[in-house]
Design a protein around this ligand. Sequence first.
Ligand SMILES: C[S@@+](CC[C@H](N)C(=O)[O-])C[C@H]1O[C@@H](n2cnc3c(N)ncnc32)[C@H](O)[C@@H]1O
Length: 199
Amino acid sequence: MGQEFNPVKLAQEKVSRVLGAGQWAIDATVGNGRDTLFLAQCVGPGGKVWGFDIQEAALAKARLLLQEHGVDKRVELIQANHAAMDNHLPRELKGRIRAVMFNLGYLPGGDKSIITKPAETIKALNSVLSLVAPGGILSVVSYIGHAGGGEEYEAIKKWCASADSNKLGWKCETNSRDHQFKPAPVLFIIEKSLKKASD
Ligand SMILES: C[S@@+](CC[C@H](N)C(=O)[O-])C[C@H]1O[C@@H](n2cnc3c(N)ncnc32)[C@H](O)[C@@H]1O
């Protein structure tokens, strides 16, 4: 029997390879805060994490989780659409963020009608391109099972292909498994090369 494919865990595993103490990271979809907590633990007391979610209910839960683990001081939670993240982040972050995580769809245990949307997700991904440091990473977990999820997955697949083919110094990798009974989630990993795009 093969190991069960867990894209959320795999995303954290990949991020943990490049994100370390004192560094900076972004959680573009905070939700219940588990990825935010993971990022905060990776960066340690000298690092910083910026987390976005449009729902106050999500941020309230995440805030509690971060407080319980004593890492809330190193996290800035922002109630805003990630498509507008540029308006909320200090300019000095450009080119200095080591990891950005997106875990798309709806808030588990919350209102399932509030979901990430393809156009906003792509806008956020485009903003992130200028923020990530060489050697940094971007993870995107995309769910196909809910209404609108398939459309969002297709938009990200196309975006990844263009980031890859434009020789912008990005490498995209898609991780998925066939699932017998339901559409399986997909993990996109996008890494920024250490070399300049023109090298
Ligand atoms: C699958 S959950 C995230 C799970 C979370 N990473 C965790 O570890 O618990 C997706 C979240 O994205 C949020 N969301 C939806 N659209 C958004 C947007 N445009 N900008 C920021 N967050 C958004 C939802 O409110 C929801 O909380």
